[in-house]
Design a protein around this ligand. Structure first.
Ligand SMILES: NC(=O)C1=CN([C@@H]2O[C@H](COP(=O)(O)OP(=O)(O)OC[C@H]3O[C@@H](n4cnc5c(N)ncnc54)[C@H](O)[C@@H]3O)[C@@H](O)[C@H]2O)C=CC1
Ligand SMILES: O=C(O)[C@H]1O[C@H](OP(=O)(O)OP(=O)(O)OC[C@H]2O[C@@H](n3ccc(=O)[nH]c3=O)[C@H](O)[C@@H]2O)[C@H](O)[C@@H](O)[C@@H]1O
Length: 429
């Protein structure tokens, strides 16, 4: 099938490379010329395991990128993988979606063949049918159902494991308003939905939109609950990891997403939970539990720095920050908890030296005043204290030799020889 994908960020690039892998002809439509050039040169514009080799294999044959929306006319289906950021008040900002839908609608004007537009971006219920659909209709001059169709197909991939998550998901959700749209999506996803391990959910557009938010709200709240239980466990001098491992054996709860510590960051949980909170309020409902999940999450970095301050006078102290990305396996620093830790350390006058295996160049422009090291060992050299902000596997069994004082405060539960350290404090254990 001929597929176009509007927006070639983490989702759009991954979906494009994977659909090309499944045998489709894929076109990325992207406004950033550097990304277009990278894809056409066979290079991955982002750091994501398994992506570079797929782009290298398909670029120039079944995978192509362009800045021209007009090329969407030559495809049968277009996925909108555009950003849906939060506004300053936390609500969902649809400006980019509107702009993308307008450009696509114009490109599809007077197209003779049928075309399906699939919203893959995370959007609140009603967006696909009440915002994207009408824009497409007015810009293309074609009524929905008259050769032009819309659908909603939320994406559940995680950064760092995006390719594997897309190709081997637990579930795929098709939100459609017609059998034709559903049949097209089935054909496109055939090898994925034929897997025994993948559940296919076929529902209406509104439910598909909400399934995505409910999924993220559930997971983010689960981690906040786990963090609250971890904070309580610490007060009782109990090990939250042992407690929650046992709790997770109950298959109504599951052992996944049970790692307590510094909390959730990234480009999705924070903005999606906030969009759902704002949306719920707009509908007249106060989402008290989601408010609490955010409040617990906001406190964890402050608690981590407070723990360090119990052992080290932070004013003028050299503090190593290990890990900058919002989670291991990615160079994405959006809403990374490590950045909150840096802010709180800086507020208390600490001299910060930071290290991350892949994210330093993304952080440097935002924090040019702090020092960056080439290795964890380099960051620790001569430091008066260290905080672990991201659980990169290379931090496991790290030797903390070379520190002026081996005071280590761990927000992510890495493997540590505690006896070799002057002080080792876990945030939630
Ligand atoms: N990052 C993730 O792990 C996941 C993200 N999502 C959702 O998918 C959507 C996209 O997210 P990401 O890929 O992370 O965003 P992103 O910010 O990484 O990428 C978006 C891309 O769209 C491009 N763009 C912006 N305006 C454009 C326009 N008018 N025309 C063409 N291209 C344009 C940008 O240059 C950028 O390359 C969001 O709604 C997000 O919530 C859903 C599941 C996972
Ligand atoms: O909508 C999205 O964009 C995506 O958001 C999350 O994926 P992602 O943000 O890439 O990463 P996660 O692995 O979910 O981690 C999110 C945050 O929670 C934290 N976390 C996760 C799990 C855990 O047990 N403990 C914990 O603190 C991580 O450190 C990270 O900061 C969801 O897991 C994906 O299903 C979803 O598609």
């Amino acid at each position: 099938m001929n597929v176009s994908i509007v927006g070639s960020g983490y989702v759009g690039t991954t979906v494009a490379a994977c659909l090309a892998d499944l045998g489709h002809d894929v076109l990325n439509i992207e406004i950033d010329e550097d990304i277009v050039e990278a894809i056409n040169a066979g290079e991955a514009p982002i750091h994501e395991s398994g992506l570079a080799e797929r782009i290298a294999e398909h670029a120039g044959t079944s995978l192509r990128a362009t800045t021209e929306y007009g090329d969407a006319r030559d495809t049968d289906v277009t996925f909108l993988c555009l950003p849906t950021p939060q506004s300053e008040d936390g609500s969902l900002d649809l400006a980019i979606m509107r702009a993308g839908a307008e450009s696509l609608g114009r490109a599809l004007a007077d197209k003779d063949d049928d075309h399906l537009v699939v919203v893959k971006s995370t959007v609140l219920p009603g967006t696909t049918e009440d915002v994207v659909g009408p824009i497409l209709e007015s810009e293309s001059g074609t009524q929905l159902g008259d050769g032009l169709e819309i659908a909603m197909n939320p994406e559940f991939l995680r950064m760092g494991t995006a390719v594997g998550d897309f190709l081997e998901p637990d579930k795929v959700v098709f939100g459609t308003a017609s059998d034709g749209a559903d049949a097209t999506l089935r054909e496109l996803y055939a090898p994925i939905i034929e897997r025994e391990e993948t559940d296919l959910v076929e529902t209406d557009i509104r439910e598909a939109e909400l399934i995505k938010y409910a999924n993220n709200a559930f997971l983010a709240s689960k981690v906040s609950l786990v963090n609250e239980l971890g904070n309580i466990a610490r007060e009782y001098d109990a090990d939250a990891y042992e407690v929650l491992e046992a709790v997770g054996l109950d298959d109504r709860i599951s052992e996944r997403f049970m790692r307590s510590g510094l909390g959730w960051g990234g480009s999705c949980f924070p903005k999606d939970v906030n969009a759902l909170r704002a949306g719920a309020r707009e509908q007249g409902y106060d989402p008290d539990l989601l408010d609490a999940a955010v409040a617990v999450n906001d406190e964890q970095p402050r608690r981590l720095v407070g723990l360090l301050a119990d052992h080290v006078d932070l004013e003028g102290a050299r503090i190593a920050v290990l890990g900058l990305s919002f989670k291991p396996g990615t160079d994405d620093i959006r809403k990374s908890r490590a950045l909150d830790v840096i802010e709180y350390l800086a507020d208390r006058g600490a001299d910060i030296v930071a290290y991350d295996p892949v994210a330093i160049e993304n952080v440097r422009p935002e924090y040019p005043e702090i020092e960056y090291a080439d290795s964890a060992e380099g960051a620790l050299e001569g430091a008066d204290g260290a905080v672990v902000a991201t659980d990169w596997p290379e931090f496991d069994d790290l030797s903390f030799e070379g520190m002026a004082r081996s005071v280590v405060v761990d927000g992510r539960r890495i493997e540590v020889d505690e006896d070799a350290l002057e002080v080792y404090e876990g945030l939630t254990w």
